[in-house]
Structure formats: structure tokens, C-alpha cells
Design a protein around this ligand. Structure first.
Ligand code: ADQ
Length: 744
């Protein structure tokens, strides 16, 4: 619009000035002409009256004089006539000008003396008048009297005003016409070709590479189009080369690395970039409470921890809820931005939700309904109809956003978690050709538990629109297959592990998620300084340090952990002053009462237990309730002798794997709840039942007193598992499975 104004405004200004100058000249000319006519008319009428006036004055015939002046009273416009005697006294006057007699008329004396007729402009009452005065003389040129004819000139001004009005209307019409014509020309010459070129480029981006660009001319726009086409061509060739090279390398490499996953994606997905959808965004812009300035943080989320390295390695688009309070300031016109900030590797597309949508879909249905439904923690799920409606609405909103990103051929969509159970069906409605995988990051309950959900059928049907559904462990897959079998009319293929419903098959497989495990990474100088700083700040020198890193969530067993630490010290007082448990705790879902109450409960418990043992400066529990960046968490992992993961139920738990991945020194013990998915792989962890506080506290003792050799042996074996089954293998397996389906 601004550009259009720059283009049109000068033309409009020139036309308006030109027309106004022309109008002023035209009006001046008309005014002069009208006044001239008036003067001439007044003169000829006065001359006509003069002859009769002569007889009237000579005969002193006042009756005739009055009759004559009164004849002016009947005329259409305001007109009048005055007959004066030779002294300048009024003999007869048109009635409507009766007050005229008393006005100042210096010119009368002049006419009587010089016997020359003259015209003058005069204001009378509210009228502007023109008077023409003519002397009446006898044959010897002696003055007998005067005749004055008066005309109202206001019609001249009325005519002028009318003319101005007409000229203004013509000017406005002209300007509107010019704007319309310019718009039309601009659209024809510039906008239409640009629209066509943009559409062509969009189609090219979506994989339609055969069509030539639509701009045929050899002008500047044609040259630009050719340049764009060249870039497109180079891009196409480069992509093809990358795809072929990737396929070659894939054959050779053994261990899953970032590069191997990149090769796999290029080889399998070719030019079709990966499209990931999740609720939580990987990078969030928020206003810093202290500085008031926006800053970018990585949310405390297992999904983010797992998916971010994959997109960093392979590029693509991640569609997620823009939930940061400064998020909207950092996106382009399509709500996108390159991330990570400063080292853009992939595109984050933010979807905006209203407070009502977030409340119903996220806090309500997803986190007060599905989250407790899927975790066995004895927390009652809440299913509200209004939340369900909002959940459907938001799934549709995300589906619409995803649809605009899909390439025209062979699109792949990778959906994350329980927030989007209906998304696959909604995308497939418009794009049945899309291959869709859903990864379920939390446990799946048994059919009896799941059947308490009032929307069970719609949910299962929505999920079965996917081509592939992944869970962390086989038991979750089995639960899901059983649920589909019991609650839907479907067939379970136990050979392939799939659900067949209305001719459509969905594979259900276990893909244990993991972390990006840099097995060789040593501690940097900066990290070592950070470790020293933490040791100093919390007086950890010479003490055994145990660590917990969690979102504050009732499934993570934080209360049980504090109770076990308490019991451990109670039973082993020799560790007073020698053992410190540090808990890094990120507040999460704080709008939900259950979470809010949990935070208060933990605060009180920490306070109570620290008071119980307070002895000098030593406190057994250091509770750091805030969000930490991955860089801030790393030195804590490095210095911790023990890491405690005590989830009551957890799909996988990446903290356990992060701790193992960070322990190059092999000097650390992992205490791990057997109700986590990670417990299936990390069998060398000290496994616990977090509900059994006695057993749990004994496990802490076991970890504290474990001989160094034993620690090393266990850690070495766990590190082998985490490095081999890293997050790149996880993503690689899912993509291999999904793309194999396409070929079938
Ligand atoms: P979560 O329950 O969020 O996700 P979890 O596996 O516990 O995931 O990982 C939490 C992540 O947040 C870790 O990367 C950790 O470093 C980070 N984090 C924890 N506390 C933090 C803090 N105070 N500040 C900043 N970051 C913090 C779900 C399932 C899990 C599953 C994951 C991945 O519930 O079972 O393992 O997805 O699939």
C-alpha cells in the first residue's frame, strides 16, 4: 500500500494543482464577464430611464416618477431605481430601497457638479450592490437631476460558488478515476506477474519443479524471473546431489550420528523437508522479569530435548504454539523465524492461541484429562465437554497451519504427543497422500483405564489416521493394540504390530527415545569454572552430591524423593554434613491447581526437612526452583556423584539419559525408578520403587557407598547403551519405518 501511494500520490498532486490553477482562471474569467454584463445592463437601463426622468423632473410629475421606480420592484432579481432633483434630493425611489435615501452617497455631488455618469460598488444592509448614476440635463446641458439604477450582484457570487462546486466534483471524479486506472495498470503490469511468480516459486518450494516460470517478457521483471529460476535450478541440482551422496554414505556408516541422520533424511525424504508438530516450541521468547528485555529460552521439556537436535541436523519446519510473551515480536509475516537464534538451522512456525483456547485445549483437556489418564499416579482425570471442544478446535487450527507447509508431493508429517491426537485425521482429510507418524511421549494405559475417557472412540479413530504410531516401550504398544482391539471395530495384526480398520493400516511400534550423546565430549574450561563456582556457592567441597533435575510435576516423584533423602539421613546419621541433595526444579503448568498445590507442598517439605537437620550452615536439601538452560544444567550433572530419577510413572525420562551421557568420568551412580521407560534399557542403574521409601533410602545408601570400580562398570555399560541408541537412531528408525511404508 505504501509503495502504491509513493507511485500514485505525485500524479494526484500534479493533477490537483493543475486543475485548481485552471479552475481559478476559469472562475476569474466568468466573474469578470458577469460583472461586465451587469455593468452594461445597468448602464443601458439607466440611459433608458434618463429620458423619461427628464420629462418627470421638468413637469414635476411625481406620480409618474413613482410609477416608474415601482416598476423595478416587480423585477426578478433585486433591482431598484432612484430619481433625484438637481440638489440631489430624492424625488422617487423603489420601495424596497426606501432606506437607501439615508445612506452616504458622496458620488451624487460629484455627478451633479461634473455631469458625468459613473458606476460604483456599494454595500447596503447585507447586500452587495452595483449602482449606475447618470445625470439628467436639459438641452443646454444644465443639470436637472440624477437617475440611479441599483442592481444586486449576489447572483454573480452564487454563480461563482456553483461553478466552484462543479469544478470540485469534476476534480474529485478525475482523481478517483486516475487512482482506479493506476491501480488497474499497476495490477496488470506489476502485481499480477509478481503473484504468478510467487505462486510458481511456492509450488517449486513444495516440490513441483517441472514447470517453467510464468513471466515471458524480456523486461526487468522478466530478468528477475529468470534469475529466480536460475536459483531454483541450482537448488534442485544441489538437492539431488545431496540426496544421492547421502544414500551412498548411509550404506557405509555404523553408529548413528547427526550426519548419518541428515543423510538418511536426504536420501529418504529427498527434497521434502521434515515437518514436525508439537505443542511446546523449542525456542521461546519471553520478557526477562529483571531486565524487562526479551530473551530466548529453551523450555524444560523432554520433547524439545529430543527433537531439537534432529531438526538442527536435518533442517525442516517445526510448527508449535507460540506461548512466550514476546514471541510475536520475533516472527516474520508468516509467523516464522530461523532457529536456533544466531545459528539458524531450521524454521520454527508459531501458531497463536487465545487464552480460552490454551485454557481448554492445553491446561484442560491435555493436562487435566489425558496426562493423568495415561500416567498411573492415582490422580483423577478431568474431562470437560468445553475442553474437548476447544481441543478439537485447536487441533484443526494446527492442521490448517501444517497444511500450508506441505510440499505438493510425498509430504511427511511427524506429530509429537498427546496434544494432537486428532491432527492426523484432519490433515489427511485434505491431503490423503501425506505420510504421518505420531510419537506418543508418555505411557499408554491399559484398555480399562482408557475406556474411562468419554471421547475414547473419536480419539482412537483420530490416532489411527496415522500411518505409524510410536511409543517408548513395547508394553505401551501392547496396551494401545489391546485398547484398539477392545474399544473399536478393528483387526490387530500381531505379526506386523499394526491395527487395520476400514482397510487402513497403522503400524504401532516401540522406538525408545534418547538424547544427543556426545560420548567423547570433555569438560571445557568454562564448565570447569562453573563447577567450581557451584561448589563454592553451595559449600559442596568434600561432600557427596546427589542431584534431581525435573519439571515440577506430580508424576516425577519429587515428594517421594525428599522423603527418601530424609529417611536416608535419619537412618545413616554419619552422612549428616557430608551429603547434599540438589534439586533443580522448573515450575510447570502452574495454572492447574494440582500443580500449584504440589509446588507449595514441596516448598513446605524442603523447609521442614532442612529445619529438622539444620546443623551449622549445612542443609541436606538445596532446592533451586527455576528454569535452567541446558548449559547451566551441564555442570550440575558433571559434579553430581548420584542422580536421582524417581518418577511414579514416566514414558522414558531423558534426565536419566542426560546424566549418563554427561558422565565421561564414569564416576557417577544413577538411581532410577523402575516405572520409567528408561529403566528397561538402563538396567545397570540402581533401580527403585519410588513408593517404597524404605527401599528408596537404602538405594541412596547403596549409591553413596558403591565402590568406584562398580560405579565405573555400571556407568560404562549404560553409556554404551545411550551412545548407541541415541536420539539420531530413534529418529532414523522412525523415518526408515515411515518411508518404507510409502514404498510398500
Ligand atoms: P518430560 O516429562 O518433560 O517429557 P523428561 O524426559 O523428564 O521429559 O525430560 C525433561 C527435560 O527438561 C530434560 O531435558 C531436562 O534437562 C529438562 N529440565 C528438567 N528440569 C529442568 C529445569 N529446572 N530447567 C530447565 N530444564 C529442565 C515427556 C515424557 C517423558 C519423555 C519425554 C521425551 O513425560 O517420559 O522422556 O517426553 O519423550
Amino acid at each position: 500500500m505504501k509503495r502504491l501511494l509513493i507511485f500514485i500520490l505525485p500524479i494526484l498532486i500534479i493533477v490537483a494543482i493543475g486543475f485548481t490553477v485552471f479552475g481559478i482562471m476559469q472562475i476569474r474569467f466568468t466573474e469578470e464577464k458577469l460583472m461586465d454584463d451587469l455593468r452594461r445592463k445597468a448602464k443601458s437601463v439607466a440611459e433608458g430611464v434618463e429620458f423619461s426622468a427628464k420629462a418627470i423632473i421638468i413637469n414635476n410629475d411625481l406620480r409618474y416618477a413613482n410609477r416608474m421606480v415601482e416598476s423595478f420592484q416587480r423585477r426578478e432579481r433585486l433591482q431598484g431605481c432612484v430619481i433625484y432633483d438637481k440638489e440631489g434630493k430624492v424625488l422617487a425611489i423603489t420601495e424596497r430601497f426606501s432606506d437607501w435615501e439615508h445612506t452616504e452617497k458622496p458620488y451624487i455631488q460629484d455627478v451633479l457638479t461634473n455631469k458625468i455618469s459613473r458606476g460604483a460598488m456599494k454595500i447596503f444592509k447585507d447586500y452587495s450592490l452595483y449602482t449606475y448614476i447618470i445625470p439628467v440635463t436639459d438641452d443646454e446641458n444644465n443639470i436637472l437631476g440624477i437617475v440611479e439604477v441599483i442592481y444586486d450582484t449576489s447572483y454573480v457570487f452564487t454563480t461563482m460558488a456553483d461553478l466552484w462546486k462543479r469544478l470540485s466534483i469534476i476534480l474529485i471524479s478525475l482523481l478517483v478515476l486516475i487512482v482506479l486506472i493506476m491501480l488497474l495498470i499497476q495490477r496488470q503490469i506489476f502485481i499480477l506477474p509478481v503473484i504468478r511468480l510467487t505462486e510458481w516459486f511456492q509450488h517449486f518450494q513444495q516440490g513441483e519443479t517441472e514447470n517453467a516460470h510464468p513471466i515471458k517478457g524480456k523486461d526487468e521483471l522478466g530478468k528477475l524471473a529468470s534469475e529466480v529460476e536460475q536459483v531454483a535450478l541450482n537448488l534442485r541440482i544441489a538437492r539431488k546431489v545431496v540426496t544421492e551422496k547421502a544414500a551412498e554414505r548411509l550404506q557405509k556408516e555404523e553408529l548413528w550420528t547427526e550426519a548419518k541422520l541428515r543423510d538418511l533424511i536426504h536420501a529418504r525424504l529427498g527434497e521434502n523437508a521434515l515437518i514436525v508438530v508439537s505443542n511446546r516450541e523449542p525456542y521461546m521468547h519471553v520478557i526477562d522479569d529483571i531486565t524487562g528485555q526479551p530473551k530466548c529460552i529453551r523450555p524444560a521439556s523432554g520433547v524439545v530435548t529430543a527433537i531439537d537436535p534432529i531438526l538442527r541436523a536435518c533442517g525442516g519446519t517445526w510448527v508449535a504454539h507460540g506461548s512466550g510473551n514476546a514471541d510475536s515480536k520475533f516472527v516474520n509475516s508468516k509467523d516464522k523465524l530461523g532457529v536456533p537464534p544466531g545459528d539458524n538451522r531450521y524454521i520454527l512456525k508459531r501458531v497463536w492461541l487465545t487464552k480460552e483456547e490454551e485454557e481448554g485445549y492445553y491446561y484442560g483437556f491435555a493436562n487435566e484429562g489425558l496426562w493423568p489418564l495415561c500416567h498411573i499416579t492415582h490422580t483423577r482425570p478431568m474431562f470437560r465437554e468445553s475442553d474437548w471442544q476447544m481441543y478439537k478446535k485447536v487441533n484443526q487450527k494446527f492442521a490448517d497451519s501444517v497444511l500450508t507447509e506441505l510440499p505438493s508431493r510425498n509430504p511427511f508429517v511427524f506429530i509429537q504427543d498427546y496434544h494432537f491426537m486428532l491432527l492426523a485425521g484432519m490433515v489427511k482429510e485434505k491431503r490423503p497422500d501425506a505420510k504421518i507418524a505420531l510419537f506418543w511421549h508418555i505411557p499408554w494405559p491399559n484398555p480399562e483405564v482408557f475406556s474411562t475417557c468419554p471421547y475414547q472412540k473419536q480419539i482412537l479413530e483420530g490416532m489411527l489416521a496415522c500411518d505409524l504410531i510410536g511409543f517408548h516401550v513395547q508394553s505401551h504398544c501392547n496396551n494401545f493394540l489391546e485398547t484398539a482391539n477392545k474399544l473399536l471395530e478393528s483387526r490387530i495384526d500381531t505379526e506386523k504390530f499394526s491395527v487395520v480398520r476400514s482397510g487402513k493400516e497403522t503400524l504401532v511400534k516401540a522406538f525408545p527415545i534418547s538424547v544427543d550423546c556426545d560420548i567423547t565430549g570433555n569438560i571445557t574450561k568454562v564448565e570447569s569454572e562453573q563447577i567450581d563456582k557451584i561448589r563454592g556457592e553451595f559449600e559442596l567441597e568434600g561432600k557427596i552430591v546427589a542431584l534431581g533435575v525435573d519439571r515440577i510435576d506430580y508424576t516425577k516423584g519429587l515428594i517421594e524423593r525428599m522423603l527418601a533423602v530424609d529417611r536416608f539421613i535419619e537412618k545413616n546419621p554419619q552422612y549428616k554434613n557430608k551429603f547434599v541433595f540438589i534439586q533443580l526444579a522448573a515450575p510447570s503448568r502452574t495454572h492447574i491447581k494440582h500443580y500449584h498445590d504440589l509446588m507449595n507442598e514441596i516448598d513446605e517439605l524442603v523447609e521442614k526437612k532442612n529445619w529438622k537437620y539444620s546443623q551449622g550452615r549445612w542443609r541436606p536439601i538445596v532446592y533451586l526452583k527455576r528454569h535452567f538452560s541446558p548449559e547451566e544444567i551441564k555442570p550440575f550433572y558433571a559434579l553430581a556423584d548420584i542422580c536421582i530419577v524417581s518418577s511414579l510413572h514416566d514414558g522414558m525420562n531423558l534426565v536419566a539419559k542426560e546424566y549418563v551421557a554427561s558422565k565421561n568420568s564414569l564416576n557417577g551412580v544413577l538411581i532410577l525408578s523402575r516405572f520409567t521407560g528408561a529403566a528397561r534399557e538402563l538396567i545397570d542403574a540402581v533401580q527403585i520403587n519410588p513408593y517404597a521409601i524404605e527401599e528408596f533410602s537404602d538405594a541412596i545408601k547403596l549409591a553413596v557407598e558403591m565402590p568406584a570400580e562398580e560405579k565405573k562398570k555400571r556407568m560404562k555399560s549404560m553409556r554404551k547403551i545411550v551412545s548407541e541408541n541415541n536420539v539420531y537412531r530413534w529418529a532414523g528408525n522412525i523415518i526408515t519405518e515411515l518411508t518404507a511404508l510409502e514404498k510398500a
